[in-house]
Design a protein. Structure first.
Length: 342
């Protein structure tokens, strides 16, 4: 008879429990199980990779990378899946050159691997992200685009629509113009036309801000069937551009997808975002509150209050007197959230 290994010393048991907890989004429990599996079998590269994947989903990309590099240096240099996970982590950190290098290493080392198609898609996304600021070197475009923002802020929506129409003829490949055009239409009460505009764009490309705006518009119009379709796509996105990640996180927060939103806000808080301010910290606090992180929520709202965010100040004052109800802790209404991030 073979030797019976007590389950308490069986690394496979702890690994399976770790994977199960990960699938149930219980990341802390998953980490405990996986660390125990690694203690019992430290040279099993797959165990390390799974732990790295959990940390990556928690936006702890540097810690994840440390584990993956340890595997390649000290456990199994031929475990090419590590390069795929490294590529994703580097991309999320905005280190696109390193992400490309790791992705190409995976493709060359594992030409029939499980993540071949995902890696090719990642390389396409990296190229798109690096090209995202293509038009910013065109001074005339920048000045006219900024004028659009001022016209909308001053409620001159028809003038903004006219100028956007002119810009779209000259720069038809600039996705952000379609978002602003939809915004101008919506603010004139022409939401159906705004939806058509965004849907036409998304038939050609997956532009994160457009997915955010379209989902919220459909939700606002109570078109449940179409809204759910785009919500599903929204949940599957993983924006690399930090400004897009903020839009994505804020939209998820407004839709009640607090866990995903919280992890995105946490990453942006740690690694910086170009539009951090009162609204950012307010939304971060909302997501943290609904995920059970009371201290993080209070700290975020205090920062939001320092930036002059009135909603954060109100919630903090209420919290001094009594416990807050979940129903009263919400992101801004759709109109402000959807079109206040451009």
């Amino acid at each position: 008879m073979g030797q019976v290994i007590p389950f308490i010393q069986n690394p496979e048991y702890f690994f399976k429990q770790g994977v199960s907890s990960y699938q149930n989004k219980d990341w802390r429990r998953s980490i405990r199980y996986l660390k125990r599996a690694i203690e019992l079998r430290p040279l099993e590269g797959v165990f390390h990779c799974q732990l790295a994947a959990v940390l990556s989903d928690m936006a702890q990309y540097e810690r994840s990378n440390e584990i993956l590099l340890h595997v390649l240096d000290h456990v199994d240099e031929h475990l090419y899946d590590c390069y795929y996970f490294l590529a994703n982590n580097y991309a999320c950190l905005g280190l696109f050159d390193k992400a490309r290098e790791a992705a190409l290493h995976y493709l060359s080392g594992s030409p029939e691997g499980e993540f071949i198609e995902d890696t090719k898609e990642l390389l396409e996304v990296i190229n798109l992200e690096e090209d995202d600021d293509f038009f910013t070197t065109d001074d005339e475009f920048v000045l006219r685009y900024e004028r659009v923002g001022r016209l909308i802020a001053e409620k001159h929506y028809q003038k903004a629509e006219k100028l956007l129409g002119e810009l779209l003829k000259e720069y038809p490949d600039h996705d952000a113009l379609y978002n602003q055009y939809a915004r101008a239409l919506h603010l004139q009460g022409r939401s159906d036309e705004a939806i058509d505009c965004l849907q036409a764009l998304l038939e050609e490309t997956t532009y994160v801000p457009a997915v955010c705006q379209l989902t919220l518009l459909l939700e606002d119009q109570q078109d449940r069937r179409k809204a759910e379709r785009w919500k599903k796509q929204l949940r599957q996105l993983a924006p690399l551009n930090k400004a897009h990640m903020h839009k994505w996180a804020a939209t998820l927060c407004r839709l009640g997808e607090y866990e995903q939103a919280f992890l995105a806000f946490l990453f942006l808080q740690r690694h910086g975002t170009p539009d951090k301010g009162g609204a950012f910290f307010y939304r971060y606090g909302v997501a943290a509150f609904h995920c059970g992180y009371a201290n993080k929520s209070k700290n975020a709202w205090k920062l939001a209050r320092d930036y002059g965010h009135h909603g954060a100040d109100i919630l903090l004052q209420k919290w001094k007197r009594r416990d807050l109800e979940r129903e009263e802790v919400q992101c801004e209404r759709m109109h402000d959230l959807s079109f206040g991030l451009d």
